[in-house]
Design a protein around this ligand. Structure first.
Ligand code: SF4
Ligand code: SF4
Length: 254
C-alpha cells in the first residue's frame, strides 16, 4: 500500500472487514522498518502487571508521558459502543450492507501510523490527546506489564533482555502453551444478520472450530463489537447476557 493510498484510506470512516484487514496487514508490514526485533512473541505477553512473568515485581514502572510505544505500535485497538472516544479518532468496520457497525478501532495517522489521538510536544512528551475519553482497551493496558516492557525494548527505550532472561521467559511460555486453552474459550466472534428478521446474532467460533450463537439482538436497541468476545469463555459470556446486566461485559471479558 503506497503512502498516497493510505492517505486516502485514512480519510474514510467506514470499511468492510476485508478492506480493514487488508489495510492493517499492509500497515503492519510498513511499521517494522525502524524497529528492533521483538525478543519474545508479543501476542503471548500479558498486559497486566499482576500476570507478568518476565518483569520482576519490584521493577520501576515506566513513565507513559515520555514513551507512547504502545500507542504507536498496536494498530488494532478496539473501541466498544459504550466507550466515549471521539468519532474522528475511530475507524468503523461495517457488515456487508455498509450500514451496521460490527467493529471499531482507533484510527492511525497517515504519516506516522501512530494512534491519531497521540500528541507529541516540543519537550519530548507524548500525551494522549483524549486521555479522559480513551477507550477501555487503553485503560486496561498497564504500564510496567510484560507487554509494555517488550514494546519499549522494540523502540529502544529499554535494553534487550539478556540471553539468560530470554531463555527463562521462553521456558515459562512453553509451559503456558502446554496448559491447553479451555475448549470453552472463544477463538473469534462474528456479528451476522439473521436471514428472516432485521436482528443480528453474535456467533462464536470455539477452539475446536465449532460455531455457537452467543446472543441475538436488535441493532436499534443494542450495539456490540466483534472484538469484545475473543478470549472470553462461552459460559461467562452467556451468564453475562442471561443476567440481563450486559454492562458488566467489561469485567467478564477483561
Ligand atoms: S503503557 Fe508502557 S508502552 Fe505504553 S506508553 Fe506507558 S510506558 Fe509506554
Ligand atoms: S487513545 Fe490515547 S492511550 Fe489509547 S492508543 Fe491512542 S493515544 Fe494511546
Amino acid at each position: 500500500m503506497s503512502d498516497a493510498e493510505f492517505v486516502q484510506i485514512e480519510r474514510r470512516r467506514n470499511f468492510t472487514e476485508d478492506e480493514f484487514w487488508q489495510m492493517i496487514i499492509a500497515l503492519d508490514a510498513r511499521k517494522w522498518t525502524n524497529l528492533l526485533p521483538p525478543q519474545l512473541p508479543l501476542e503471548d505477553l500479558p498486559t497486566k502487571r499482576t500476570k507478568s512473568f518476565v518483569t520482576p515485581p519490584d521493577a520501576p514502572i515506566p513513565d507513559c508521558l515520555t514513551c507512547g510505544a504502545c500507542c504507536t505500535f498496536l494498530f488494532v485497538v478496539g473501541v466498544t459502543a459504550t466507550d466515549d472516544a471521539p468519532p474522528e479518532n475511530i475507524w468503523n468496520v461495517t457488515d456487508e450492507s455498509g450500514e451496521t457497525i460490527i467493529d471499531s478501532y482507533l484510527q492511525r495517522d497517515a504519516e506516522t501510523l501512530f494512534c491519531t489521538a497521540l500528541e507529541t510536544t516540543a519537550d519530548g512528551k507524548t500525551p494522549c490527546g483524549i486521555y479522559e475519553r480513551r477507550p477501555q482497551t487503553c485503560r486496561k493496558f498497564e504500564a510496567g506489564s510484560d507487554k509494555c516492557h517488550a514494546l519499549r525494548r522494540i523502540y529502544g527505550f529499554e535494553p534487550f533482555l539478556t540471553v539468560d532472561e530470554m531463555l527463562a521467559a521462553q521456558q515459562i511460555l512453553k509451559m503456558k502453551e502446554s496448559n491447553a486453552i479451555s475448549p470453552d474459550t472463544i477463538r473469534d466472534a462474528k456479528i451476522v444478520r439473521q436471514a428472516e428478521t432485521e436482528n443480528f446474532e453474535i456467533v462464536a467460533e470455539m477452539q475446536n472450530g465449532v460455531k455457537k450463537t452467543i446472543h441475538a439482538f436488535d441493532p436499534q436497541r443494542e450495539s456490540w463489537r466483534q472484538f469484545q468476545f475473543s478470549g472470553a469463555t462461552f459460559a461467562d459470556v452467556r451468564r453475562m447476557f442471561e443476567s440481563e446486566n450486559a454492562t458488566e461485559i467489561d469485567s467478564v471479558l477483561s
